[in-house]
Design a binder for this molecule. Structure first.
Ligand code: SF4
Length: 218
């Protein structure tokens, strides 16, 4: 539980991030920049996690461990378009395979609450993330000190509050900064939103023109 002073500090930090993000987006008004700029958020979250590792913090997470990849994962609009841009660089057969996986995911995930969500992410391949370089900020901040708790889907995964808080400041401040710059940015179900954006060639430009393209669908 945060003290009132800590809560005020968090609000101030979110506001600072928002101002920086909003200014950057306003002074670089182009669609491509609006999408790729979100990598700043992702590098920021990576930096938060890396700083803890550099201080000697050791997580129970390792490559090939993917228990957290069947919870509901959410991403902001620019993160979704960034992933779709990456998918479109793949060979056509891979795009078709991925689209099929996303449709299967969508068929099982629609209407499932975050609490009941136990569906493997469509991007998980042989227990590794197939979009690792462009995975959303929420995946980057996820960590655990007890893999047994992850396995049993315990509601309490032991983690560092400071990592969660600093990452949330970056995510919330970035989303607010996009909205300040009149670009929709809120949390959407990753698999559902990527499927929509991948199968609608107009989605990214409509988003850049100010439309909320995912609406209630993701
Ligand atoms: S995007 Fe990658 S890291 Fe995130 S849930 Fe999916 S497979 Fe796991």
């Amino acid at each position: 539980m945060l003290t009132p002073q800590e809560q005020a500090d968090v609000r101030r930090s979110v506001e600072n991030v928002q101002q920086v993000v909003g200014k950057q987006l306003d002074s670089n008004r182009n669609q491509s920049f609006a999408v790729t700029f979100v990598s700043t958020l992702q590098r920021g979250v990576d930096g938060v996690v890396q700083a803890a590792i550099d201080q000697g913090v050791r997580f129970d997470c390792k490559a090939g461990c993917s228990h957290c990849c069947s919870v509901r994962v959410e991403a902001l609009e620019p993160e979704i378009f960034q992933i779709v841009r990456r998918i479109r660089t793949l060979p056509q057969a891979d795009i078709e395979r991925l689209t099929t996986r996303l449709k299967e995911y969508a068929a099982s995930a629609r209407g499932v609450s975050a609490l009941d969500h136990r569906i493997e992410c469509a991007f998980l391949k042989e227990n590794l993330c197939s979009i690792y370089e462009v995975r959303p900020a929420v995946c980057r901040k996820a960590h655990s000190f007890d893999v047994e708790k992850c396995k049993s889907r315990s509601p309490e995964i032991p983690a560092r509050l400071d990592i969660a808080l600093q990452s949330e400041v970056l995510i919330k401040g970035t989303a607010n900064g996009y909205r300040q710059s009149k670009l929709a940015a809120s949390a959407h179900n990753l698999g559902l939103a990527v499927l929509i954006a991948l199968t609608d060639a107009t989605a990214e430009s409509r988003w850049y023109r100010g439309e909320a393209v995912f609406g209630d669908f993701a």
